[in-house]
Design a protein around this ligand. Structure first.
Ligand code: PLP
Length: 629
């Protein structure tokens, strides 16, 4: 197990047990010994129809552990509670989960349920995400935030405003200055007092891969000039009291608490300035960035590791905010964070199977090398090779191997050698290379998986994840291998592993004995499924086929296909759009009748809700350009 550093990256959820299998500790360090789950047993149950209650599912398989999810949420909350208590901080922590990290229906529902007692909420960044967040939060704590980030058009903003009518705690975070006009207009039209936040572009820059959007030239957020203009505008229209939240996000996988403290302190200064300018500030939202230790080194020296614990992260955040606010005599804000990776990464494991290992060494007995039929030169090479082998001269052997092979390939290309003769030479050369101990020991293990679908970040950004056999950990692996997937794409292989290795220690396959070899990819619960499927719930784009034409326009559209609607992509993630629609509509009807009974007029609320929802489910998730600014 130490070969794979399981004690590092797996702690406290994964370990090797006495049977040599991976054990899952579902409650982290609170797991009692009898609560350990043997991952091989899970796989057997899920896949083997002959085992009792076996489900006959096919691999690859994602195994989810909601207990791990619950434990992650509780650990995050208690890390902040502890920091707040020990530092005498005068407010509380109330986090949100960024839905984009994994939009799976059951994960979101679990998070809302598990986090309900501590007001844990959701963050959305697109219209289908806000729809799913709204419908899930109907069953959550009414104080839980629904932080609405991302680029917004009027449809998105209407949904967020409708959220407030439905008594959900939605906060519209301005990502671009242009969104303000829409918020002002629509909130008047819809007769809602919005809660507004703004995303600040901080100067603090995270230099790792995930920080490329941070800093002054970052892609998102408002500059100081824009912030001042937003405040002025809100004051002008009598809505400055609606500005309550300051948000920033300096990037994922923040490597150290030093960088974190720097960013949080800068944001805290901005928060205090907004208070001074008259905004009724209440919340500081520090975004995501809480990292996890993929390589188990706890060094923080690369994007794969972070040099702090949950407790140290929380402590750094609380102390930075407290210090700045105290020095400016500003009331301590509620602290919100948008941790995605740190919440969902551990709870799901991708299991896949090695189906074959490409044997690189041909067995020379299969083919015969007979000197007849080869050219004079080839015979000469052979004699030299034989002489070098007899002398034990490794270097000359390799030289003559190359020379002989090259000469014979040329002979084959010219049609002078048969395939059997070429195979004879290849077999002989393999045998010699193996005999002198110079053969490449790295095998290619073919795995029943698509790297693009299941580990897209490996392909896209070279992100590494721990990959480990989930059994046989009590046997020494005698081979080394790279993993090659089933796709016919040369990028569909994994040849970099944590620890900087270009191959993985692996056990030899026992295909003849019917033994199966299972591998697990760990810590991939955030982003991988969402990216491989429908990232941010943006479905596939619409497609038009355009042909040159001699017609009046010079071209003709021969085919036009609309992309997936929000309802379609939600359905793809197992949500039930019809049910979600009914839940939200019902909520609007109920509240409307309560308001009517109480004498409060909110005419047309149900109709507005129904049409706003219907449109959002039916339309594509992308910005509808006719309404965006
Ligand atoms: N919030 C925002 C605005 C983000 O862009 C992201 C991710 O990039 C997150 C939260 C989640 O970050 P993490 O997974 O590092 O917690």
């Amino acid at each position: 197990a130490s070969l794979y550093r399981i004690d590092g990256w797996g702690d406290p959820y994964f370990a090797a047990n006495s049977s040599g299998n991976i054990s899952v500790r579902p409650h982290g360090s609170n797991t009692l010994p009898h609560q350990d789950i043997d991952l091989m047993k899970v796989v057997k149950k899920a896949t083997d129809p002959k085992s009792s209650g076996g489900l006959a599912l096919q691999l690859p398989l994602i195994v989810r552990f909601p207990d791990v999810l619950k434990n992650r949420l509780e650990c995050l909350q208690s890390a902040f509670d502890f920091a707040i208590q020990t530092q005498g901080y005068d407010s509380h922590y109330q986090g949100v989960f960024p839905v984009k990290c994994n939009q799976d229906r059951f994960i979101i529902e679990d998070i809302v349920e598990f986090g309900s007692s501590f007001r844990f909420g959701l963050e959305a960044g697109s219209k289908p995400e806000i729809l799913l967040a709204m419908s899930c939060l109907c069953k959550g704590n009414p104080d839980a935030f629904l932080v609405c980030n991302g680029f917004k058009d009027s449809e998105y903003i209407s949904l967020a405003l409708l959220g407030r009518k439905l008594e959900l705690n939605t906060v519209i975070v301005l990502e671009q200055e242009e969104e303000l006009e829409l918020v002002i207009d629509l909130s008047k039209k819809m007769n809602v007092r919005p809660v507004i936040g703004l995303r600040a572009k901080l100067r603090t820059k995270h230099s790792g891969h995930f920080g490329s959007t941070s800093g002054e030239k970052g892609k998102f957020g408002l500059t100081t000039v824009q912030i001042v203009r937003v405040v002025r505008k809100l004051r002008q229209v009598g809505m400055l009291d609606c500005l309550k939240l300051l948000h920033f996000h300096i990037g994922s996988q923040i490597p150290s608490t030093a960088l974190l403290s720097d960013g949080v302190a800068e944001a805290a200064q901005l928060y205090c300035e907004l208070t001074r300018l008259g905004a009724c500030m209440e919340v500081i939202d520090i975004g995501g960035g809480l990292g996890i230790d993929y390589d188990g080194s706890k060094s923080g020296e690369s994007d794969l590791s972070v040099a702090y614990s949950l407790e140290e992260y929380a402590s750094a955040v609380v102390s930075s905010i407290r210090f700045v606010c105290d020095s400016k005599s500003v009331k301590h804000p509620v602290i919100c964070s948008e941790s995605g990776r740190a919440i969902v990464s551990h709870h799901s494991v991708l299991i896949f199977e090695a189906v074959s290992a490409g044997q690189q060494h041909e067995t020379p007995s299969d083919v015969q090398f007979l000197l007849e039929g080869y050219s004079e030169e080839a015979r000469g090479d052979y004699e030299n090779l034989y002489g070098a082998a007899m002398r034990g001269d490794r270097e000359s052997c390799l030289l003559y191997v190359d020379q002989l092979k090259q000469r014979c390939v040329e002979g084959f290309k010219e049609g002078n050698l048969s395939i059997e003769q070429l195979a004879g030479v290849d077999g002989l050369c393999e045998w010699v290379v193996k005999a002198i101990g110079a053969s490449d020991p790295v095998l290619t293990y073919h795995v029943n998986l698509s790297v693009f679908t299941s580990i897209p970040d490996f392909w896209g950004i070279d992100q590494l994840f721990p990959i480990v056999p989930i059994h046989k950990l009590d046997q020494r692996p005698l081979a080394r291998g790279i993993l090659s997937d089933l796709t016919c794409d040369s990028d569909g292989k994994i040849n970099k592993f944590i620890g900087g290795e270009s191959s993985l220690p692996l056990h030899e396959l026992d295909n003849n004995g019917g033994g199966r070899y299972y591998l697990g990819m760990f810590l991939g619960g955030a982003y991988e499924e969402a990216l491989g499927g429908v990232h941010n719930l943006f479905g596939g784009p619409s497609v038009v086929r355009v042909l040159q034409s001699d017609g009046p326009h010079g071209f003709a559209v021969t085919r036009a296909v609309m992309g997936q609607s929000s309802a379609d992509v939600l359905r793809a993630m197992q949500h039930e759009p019809e049910l979600m629609f009914q839940t939200l509509k019902h909520r609007a009807e109920e509240l409307s009748s309560v308001h009517k009974a109480g004498g409060g007029g909110d005419k047309g609320n149900e109709k507005l809700a129904a049409s706003c929802l219907a449109r959002s489910f039916d339309n594509m998730p992308y910005l509808s350009m006719e309404t965006s600014t």
